[in-house]
Design a protein around this ligand. Structure first.
Ligand SMILES: *[C@@H]1O[C@H](CO)[C@@H](O)[C@H](O)[C@H]1NC(C)=O
Length: 342
């Protein structure tokens, strides 16, 4: 909502600025000498003040939308009042907002609680397992179509999510544990972003049953064991965790035919997690403890015609490995991995 209004403001600014003011054009006709430069600037300067006024108004509106104080889940109901007037607007703008949101995927969004009317007076506690839990979550988080944004709200667990949720963001919270029930039955969930929480434990079946899950971002947590993930994955980001030699299950990525990006930078992994699916484009393993490379890690020593076209971005810098020792290991790759060659 906020970025949409800002963009609208900018658009107005551009459109008006693009067409020379009427007075300036008149001035051009009257004066063909150098003086008209000054005149132009003055007139445009005056108009510019109007533009600033417009922007200021937008700014004031924005300020009133965002809650400044920390949000306590138990106070969620207090948002009902102030949000009632917003509701109609929200509905009209949802479609456009969704587009904006997808574009700025990775950026932080300001928090704006949104009311979804709770039919009965007793809408259930926010963290309760009630069927209305997903609605209560939208009083605390921002819900836009299928996306639920709960960034930076001091949450200590995953809030109840509506079945329609496709994208879930809970970055910069204090979630320590992911249980099996947190994402149970969310059959449309495509993306989960839990960057920078305090996650140290994940139930092994917490994500495996999600048939549509494609992107899982678990950066900057304290995870020791990567849970089993469904075959639908395209991006897995578990950088900056505590994955050690037993942190990744055997053949963890073998049955993911659409996996494109595997980011495991800044862990303590001591081997390359083979076999890697042919679809893989990027493998980031910087700053780990990998010491060995085998001839069949990427390529097939028995089939010299085998080419792994997709894998063009392998990062092994920051590992105690000498890539020069295994020149045969890269013959099927479009590019030699980045890392120490001496
Ligand atoms: C790395 O491997 C190459 C090829 O075997 C060898 O010549 C070189 O001395 C090795 N470097 C180190 C630092 O071990």
């Amino acid at each position: 909502m906020v970025s949409l209004r800002l963009m609208w403001g900018l658009l107005v600014l551009c459109v008006v600025a693009a067409s020379p003011p009427r007075y300036a054009r008149q001035a051009e006709l009257d004066n063909y000498d150098n003086n008209n430069v000054d005149l132009d600037l003055n007139v445009e300067g005056g108009d510019l003040y109007d533009y600033y006024d417009e922007i200021d108004e937008t700014q004031i509106e924005i300020d009133t939308l965002g809650p400044d104080e920390d949000i306590d889940p138990s106070n969620g109901a207090s948002f009902e009042e102030e949000e009632e007037g917003e509701e109609k607007n929200v509905e009209h703008e949802e479609q456009e907002e969704r587009r904006t949101v997808e574009e700025i995927d990775h950026k932080e969004l300001p928090i704006k609680p949104q009311l979804i009317p709770s039919g009965s007076g007793e809408s259930g506690t926010l963290m309760g397992p009630s069927a209305q839990g997903g609605m209560a979550t939208c009083m605390l988080c921002t819900c836009l179509v299928g996306s639920v944004y709960c960034d930076d709200l001091k949450l200590d667990r995953v809030p109840p999510l509506a079945k329609e949720t496709t994208h879930f963001y809970a970055r910069y919270n204090k979630i320590a544990r992911i249980s099996k029930s947190d994402f149970a039955n969310l059959n449309k969930l495509k993306r989960i972003d839990l960057t920078s929480n305090g996650i140290s434990r994940i139930d092994d079946d917490a994500f495996f049953g999600l048939p549509a899950l494609e992107e899982l971002i678990l950066r900057e947590n304290s995870i020791r064991q990567l849970p089993a993930l469904p075959p639908s994955m395209s991006l897995i980001d578990a950088c900056h965790n505590q994955l050690g030699n037993t942190g990744i299950q055997r053949e963890a990525f073998k049955d993911m035919p659409g996996l494109l990006y595997l980011y495991l930078t800044d862990n303590n992994i001591d081997h390359i997690p083979v076999p890697l699916p042919d679809s893989l484009r990027s493998l980031h393993l910087q700053n780990n403890n990998i010491q060995m490379m085998h001839e069949d890690t990427f390529c097939n020593p028995h089939d010299l015609n085998y080419i792994r076209n997709a894998l063009e971005d392998v990062r092994l810098d920051g590992n105690p490995i000498n890539l020069s020792r295994t020149p045969q290991a890269y013959i099927c790759l479009p590019r030699i991995p980045v890392g120490a060659l001496i």
